[in-house]
Design a protein around this ligand. Structure first.
Ligand code: ITT
Length: 196
């Protein structure tokens, strides 16, 4: 397969992580911005899969390469899975200020013993316009930290502790996070498919 791929995202942090993980394997990852394409479909799906599909589908007609899209979120057990599918939208209600978002989540969990949480990622691959969408999923189990830790990564990383291996995403180096994250786990499955 051609090693050029389009990542249907407007999130520069996701783009950076995909490039970091895919470049050593010889992939060139284009963003919609690189191709001067505006693509920001409404994420109306009821699942990560549906939203990932909507994002990939919105681009596939406009480009000449396979498209991948990533829908992801943080699920916190004691909050019934919140913010989950709405992780980005919840942050938007606080102006996209993740220091505030993380502080609010920590407050919601004040005194809570059950800190279990997981990052989830679903990648949708559309190889061509008429191709059947394929999905690759990754889960990174962990816990919500007791305090805000470091400014590494992005989004909810400063309050996420990965359990296997033990790693605070807020203080981890990008390479360390990218070896074990939900995104890395989903991407490894995609790479197995692409290498067949
Ligand atoms: P695109 O839809 O344009 O790809 P987005 O940020 O809106 O960008 P999502 O709808 O998939 O993407 O929302 C995912 C949100 O979940 C993201 O904005 C973060 O708040 C959070 N999130 C996902 N992966 C994360 C990670 O690796 N570290 C920290 N937070 C993450």
């Amino acid at each position: 397969m051609n090693k050029e791929i389009v990542l249907a995202t407007n999130n520069g942090n996701k783009l950076r992580e995909y490039r970091e993980m895919l470049s050593p394997r010889g992939y060139v990852v284009y963003s919609p911005g690189d191709l001067n394409i505006d693509s920001d479909p409404e994420e109306t799906g009821a699942t990560y899969r549906e939203n990932a599909f909507l994002k990939a589908k919105a681009l596939i007609d406009k480009v000449n390469w396979p498209v991948i899209a990533d829908d992801s979120g943080l699920e916190i057990e004691a909050l019934g899975g919140f913010p989950g599918l709405h992780s980005a939208r919840y942050a938007a209600t606080l102006g996209g200020d993740y220091k505030k978002v993380c502080a609010t989540v920590l407050r919601k969990l004040a005194g809570e013993k059950n800190r279990r949480a997981a990052f989830l990622c679903t990648i949708c691959l559309l190889e061509r316009k008429d191709a059947k969408p394929l999905y690759f999923e990754g889960v990174c189990p962990g816990a919500i930290t007791d305090s805000y830790k470091g400014d590494g990564g992005f989004g909810y990383d400063p309050i996420f502790h990965c359990v296997d291996p033990d790693l605070d995403f807020g203080t981890a180096r990008e390479k360390e996070k990218n070896a074990v994250s939900h995104r890395a786990r989903a991407l490894r499955k995609l790479l197995v498919y692409l290498s067949i």
